[in-house]
Design a binder for this molecule. Structure first.
Ligand code: HSE
Length: 311
């Protein structure tokens, strides 16, 4: 038996929900923006081959790769003596804010779980994904692994019974994402945030997030856009992302409805309900925010499917 799994890119936070909201991305041109992991039998132990556009940014030693570590964990937990050969196709840049480590971890654990006849149920597998991704990003937060695995827009619940649940999204929104080409460490970007917040910020954060979730259920796009604001992270991270503030202002002038940092950056996202405006925003970002040859941009919808096996 052999199989290949695709795990989509994701936006942590989605601006308004620091560590609590995340969404999976699907470029509208039909391309796949995410890592792939293939698994097959091997003679013994764990073998890992890494390929793909962003492979050379990963540690050269396979044992240091998180995909290798996921496989080793599975084999040990299930007490498997036979071997597995994995191939990681690394299609997302590391430290991009597009859930690159989540994509590798989710694809690997999903593939291993399928290969070994699903020893983990959905919630247990998701918790495992969070733990492994946390080894790379420096802390466990599910806002990338959850949408990457399950698709759509996911709200973190983090109760004993349920890690997260999906909330409705706006079908006619376009999410323009632009990765400028530099890499930023998630743990360093997390350190930029203060340990304590003013009461007024805490209230604004709660109000914005709850109003956004409410608006999503009501399908009230105007309300959703008016509260799609990041009071928790953006004020402390914006200046650490070269060109971000300039881009946000320019996108606002182009008529984009809201712009924010995807995860911990440097990728930015910008929302509109007009394809024409999305295309104008993408053209501006390609000329002014994206380093040619190093970065990229996509006009996306949300990926409703999440992680899946592909041919
Ligand atoms: N919620 C996380 C953060 C996402 O903003 O640090 C990045 O992994």
């Amino acid at each position: 038996m052999s199989l290949t799994v695709y795990a989509p890119a994701s936006m942590g936070n989605v601006g308004v929900g620091y560590d609590l909201l995340g969404a999976a991305l699907a470029p509208i041109d039909g391309s796949l923006l995410g890592d792939k992991v293939s698994i097959a039998a091997s003679t013994s132990g764990v073998q890992l081959k890494v390929e793909g556009h962003w492979a050379d940014k990963l540690p050269p030693e396979p044992k240091e790769n998180i995909v290798y570590q996921c496989a080793l964990f599975f084999m040990e937990q299930l007490n498997k003596q036979d071997g597995v050969a994995l191939t990681l196709e690394k299609n997302l840049p590391v430290g991009s804010g597009l859930g690159s480590s989540a994509s590798s971890v989710v694809a690997a654990l999903y593939a291993l779980n399928e290969y070994f006849d699903r020893p983990y149920d959905k919630q247990a597998l998701l918790r495992l994904m969070g733990e492994f991704e946390g080894k790379i990003s420096g802390s466990v937060h599910y806002d990338n692994v959850a949408p990457c695995y399950l698709g759509g827009m996911q709200l973190m619940l983090d109760t004993q019974a349920k890690v997260c649940d999906s909330i409705p999204s706006f079908e006619n929104w376009y999410w323009v994402v632009a990765y400028p080409g530099i890499s930023l460490s998630t743990s360093k970007m997390r350190e930029l945030l203060p340990d304590h917040y003013d009461k007024s910020v805490a209230i604004d954060f709660g109000r914005n997030l709850s109003a956004f979730v409410h608006a999503s259920y009501q399908q009230d796009a105007e309300l959703a856009i008016s509260v799609l604001k990041d009071v928790m992270a953006e004020p402390y991270r914006a200046s650490a992302i070269p060109g971000y503030e300039l881009a946000r202002d320019a996108l606002d002038k182009l008529g984009m409805l809201s712009t924010g940092i995807s995860g911990s950056g440097p990728t930015l996202f910008s929302v509109t309900d007009s394809l024409e405006t999305a295309q104008a925003a993408q053209a501006w970002l390609d000329s002014n925010y994206v380093e040619q040859g190093l970065g990229f941009s996509h006009i996306c919808k949300l990926d409703a499917l999440g992680t899946r096996t592909i041919d």
